[in-house]
Structure formats: C-alpha cells, structure tokens
Design a protein around this ligand. Structure first.
Ligand SMILES: Nc1ncnc2c1ncn2[C@@H]1O[C@H](COP(=O)(O)OP(=O)(O)O)[C@@H](O)[C@H]1O
Ligand SMILES: O=P(O)(O)OC[C@H](O)CO
Length: 492
C-alpha cells in the first residue's frame, strides 16, 4: 500500500522520509543549503533554496516508489517569507528564527509597555526570535512592501505556508496553529489572528494565511507524480512532540538539534508562565487545541559544530564523546554558549558566549566536556522553570531526540544533572515521524493516538548516577557563569 511522505524543512537541511502505513521508514533523502549572514546577528535563507531542496529531496525519496497517499509537512518555525501573490517571487531572503536584527525594536516594545499584551494574547515575549517583528522589519525596509501588502498583493508565511503555496502552485495560502502561534500575531486563546497586535506592528491582515487544523486539508500537489493531498502540517518541535507520543498532560520531550526545544504537554489548558517560558500550541486536531509550555535554547548541537568548524578541535561531532571522557576531572570549566544571545528562561538577545574556569592546563578535552555539559545545564534551567510553572504536573521522565541525542555521554550527563531518568526512543527522527503520523491519521491510513502511543519503543534509559551534593555544586557553577554573562552584557 502507498505510504506517507514527510517533508522536514529544517534550519540547516531539508529532508524527506517516505514511511509505510505502519510508519516504518522506507526511503529518505536529505540536502543542505546555504546559510547567509549578511551582518553580525543576521541570519537569512534564500527562500528559493528552501523550495528547491524540498522538491529535490521529495523526488529523490520517491524514486522507484509508489505515489504516496498523503504528505505531512514539518518545518523550522518562526522564519519569515514574504512573496508576491502574482509571481510567487519572494520580496527578500527569508529571515531566519535565529536572526537578531529586531532586538532594538523588541526593546522598544518592552519599554513602551506592549509586552503584556503580546504575552497575554500570544503566550510569547517581545523577543526577536518570533516572526512578528521580522515581518515588520521587511514591511518597513523593503521599498514598496507595505503598500503592496495593504493592496493585498503580498503574502506572508512561515516556511510551511511557503512550501504549501509552492506545492499547490499558488492555490493554497494556509498554515496550522502550531506555526501560527510562533508568529507573535496569533491569539492562542481565541484561535485566530490578533487584530490589535497586527495593528501595533503595522501588519496588514490581508497578507496572513488561513489557519487550518494540524491534521487537515492543505490542498494537493501534482508536482510529485499523481495527485497527493497534504494532510498534516506542524512546526518541527510540535511534530517531535507528536512523534514522541507526548499526548498526555505532564509528558515532556526535548529535541537536541541545532538548538534545544523542550515541550511539556499541559492538555487543554494554556498555562501562563511566571518563569519566562512560552505558552504555545502543541497541536489542534478535530478542532480541539492542546497546549504546551515550551523552553527554547538557541545553541545545543551548534556548540559541537562550533568546536568542529570554528575551533577545529574535533573532526566530527561524535569525537566529543572520547574527548569528554579524557577531560581532567579536577578542572571545572563552564562554557555558556550564548553565541546568539540567551533564550529561555533568560531572554537576553544581546548576550554573547563565555568560558569560565580556564587554566594553563585547559585543552580541547575540557572544552569539549564543557560544551556537552552546557546542553545539560540549559535543559535543567528549562525543566526547573516548567516545574515551577506547573507543580502538579511535574514530569518524571524526559523523552529525548534529535541528532545530539545520539551522544551517550551527553544524555548520561543530562540524567545526572537533572537527577531524573532520560529516555531515548529507538527511532529518533521523531519530527518527520510526527508529521507522517498526523497526515496518515487524517488520511485514515494510520492508527489513532492510543495505538500510536503503543508503538513508541525505548532504545535506552539513562538513570541518574550522581548524588544531590554533586548536582547542587555543578549546577551552582553554571548559575554563577550565566550571571557573569548577563552582568557583562549589562556593563556594556
Ligand atoms: N554524536 C554526537 N555528539 C554530539 N553532537 C552530535 C552528535 N551527532 C550529532 N550531533 C549534533 O546534532 C546536531 C544535528 O542534529 P539534527 O537533529 O540533525 O539538527 P537540525 O535538525 O537542527 O539540523 C548537530 O548540531 C551536531 O553537532
Ligand atoms: O530546524 P531546527 O530543528 O533547528 O528547529 C528550529 C526551531 O523550529 C526554531 O524554533
């Protein structure tokens, strides 16, 4: 029987995985594309590259295969594309979620007292991470853009909308609530775009996509052989939450790719964070919205890439494990990888990274260990904030996935620093799996939630092996290092 094609359009590469209806992977293809850094703190993608790589990985994955019965799309979130409805041409490069160009605008929004409205409606903060201020920047800076948008000639979309538009050859301009809720323009309580915020940011509502259920009808494509309906769309972190079967309130997953994103399912209740986490939509199925608390860290696996590409201390990511094992146990080096600012729970876009505790004897091994440890410390920051925000639902086990979850050393350190077990599933491409499952379920080909939950299989559980004294001392060192980074920023 024909399968389900998952498109995973990520920050550094685009993937397509063809699953059979039992959700076993049958074929896959992946392509990287160029990152553009036109100025310090700016990150752009050529939106044409995002579409071209999508088309080519889909064609490669489908080569010699039957036409799939459905497509599920999952994508890097918050990244902004604006295009001309007539020609389908983007008016500018896509501005990527990591881009910090609107830090001053966000500061101004905070100083003028607008953050309360933004948080109340969207569950987010006035931070450059989200789409809204990036879109405002495009409308302000690209000549003629605002007039064209007001006249209805321009379309805005996160990457999902851009891909849907292209796959349907301009017939469908839509998104789903998991992507809409990251724009800073969407009212997560009303379940619709927020006119007040659009007004505040000068965004004409005519350019916004229609919001449809995560498992819903997003049109069909004829570009991949036959007619294939697009039946599932979710932002990549929410798709991973689905792929990890975190369906019950209290379940939490953490994905370690370029960054790290932890989501705690809070059921049908949107929990307002008192600890600078994000209130977000986990999924909307059959018109019913499930919410999550999210902690977002901008640098996780990217710190390992930095060791490889900029520092040249490793040849491959996997080498960090052996180095960390060799590190001198008497050296307490702490690395705060705030390369693009600090995300949750600090939200300090202008902070930059620092290493503490360096000695004459510090070498690549100690640096590699500190890099891997930084991922554990940052996760503990997030889970501590989650526990404070939602004490009744304290999560007992953390489900992990993403490229860096392959690092046993990092996962063991994570369990040790959390003082709680960490579960790694057999299949760690949970993002694509989640998108495929939603599309397959909507098509009536895949099992519902309960049966899907049963097919989650453990690869390995990492149990905490250290005592509370060790944990407290290590975490205290991290907290002091973060305070140092924040203080340096203030002094600036
Ligand atoms: N064995 C490993 N040890 C440490 N980090 C790893 C390992 N394997 C992969 N990584 C890191 O995981 C990241 C890739 O994960 P992936 O989920 O593919 O990311 P993304 O989807 O964000 O591109 C890279 O940043 C890489 O440095
Ligand atoms: O592309 P990834 O996996 O780094 O994920 C990016 C996130 O969606 C940003 O919020």
């Amino acid at each position: 029987m024909a399968g389900i094609l998952a498109i995973d359009q990520g920050t550094t590469s685009t993937r397509a995985i063809l699953f059979d209806t039992d959700l076993r992977p049958m074929a896959r293809a992946q392509e990287e594309f160029a990152q553009h850094f036109p100025r310090s703190g700016w990150v752009e993608h050529d939106a044409g590259d995002l579409w071209d790589t999508t088309l080519s990985v889909c064609r490669a994955a489908l080569e010699g295969q039957e036409t799939p019965a459905a497509i599920g799309i999952t994508n890097q979130r918050e990244t902004v594309v604006v295009w001309d409805r007539e020609t389908g041409t983007p008016i500018h490069n896509a501005i990527v979620w990591q881009d910090r160009r609107t830090a001053a605008l966000c500061r101004q929004l905070r100083e003028e007292g607008h953050e309360a409205l933004l948080t109340e409606r969207t569950g987010l903060l006035a931070d450059p991470y989200f789409s809204g201020t990036k879109l405002k920047w495009l409308l302000d800076e690209v000549e003629g853009a605002r007039e064209a948008a007001e006249a209805g000639r321009l379309a805005f979309g996160t990457v999902d909308s851009w891909l849907i538009w292209n796959l349907t050859e301009g017939r469908v301009h839509a998104t789903d609530p998991t992507n809409a809720c990251r724009t800073l323009l969407y009212d997560i309580h009303a379940g619709d775009w927020c006119p007040e915020i659009c007004d505040l940011l000068g965004v004409p509502m005519a350019m916004l996509p229609e919001v449809r259920d995560t498992g819903g009808d997003f049109g069909e494509t004829t570009l991949l052989g036959g007619r294939i309906p697009i039946l599932g769309v979710a932002g990549d972190q929410q798709a991973a939450t689905l792929g990890q079967a975190c369906f019950r309130p209290g379940m939490v997953k953490s994905t370690y790719g370029t960054g790290c994103f932890a989501l705690l399912n809070t059921g049908q209740t949107p929990v307002a964070s008192k600890n600078r986490l994000l209130t977000t939509i986990a999924y909307r199925l059959d018109g019913k919205t499930t919410y999550a608390l999210e902690g977002a860290i901008f640098i996780a696996g990217a710190v390992v890439q930095w060791l490889r590409d900029e520092m040249g201390v490793i040849g491959s990511a996997a080498e960090t494990q052996a180095l960390a094992e060799q590190a001198d146990p008497n050296q307490e080096v702490v690395l705060v990888p705030a390369f693009t600012g600090l995300g949750a729970p600090y939200w300090s876009p202008e902070s930059r990274g620092a290493a503490f505790g360096l000695t004459r004897g510090t070498g690549p091994a100690e640096l590699a260990r500190a890099a891997l440890e930084s991922v554990g410390y940052q996760t503990r920051d997030l889970l501590a904030a989650m526990e404070a925000d939602w004490p009744d639902g304290e999560p007992s086990v953390l489900r992990v996935d993403g490229g860096m979850a392959a690092s046993d050393w990092t996962m063991q350190f994570l369990a040790d620093i959390l003082g709680a077990p960490v579960d790694r599933p057999e299949f760690t491409e949970t993002t694509a799996l989640g998108a495929a499952w939603v599309a397959g379920m909507t098509a009536g080909l895949c099992p519902g939630m309960e049966a899907f939950e049963q097919r989650w299989h453990l690869d390995r559980r990492f149990e905490a092996q250290k005592d509370d004294g060790w944990r407290a001392a290590k975490y205290d060192g991290w907290r002091r290092a973060v305070r140092g980074v924040l203080a340096y920023d203030e002094a600036d």
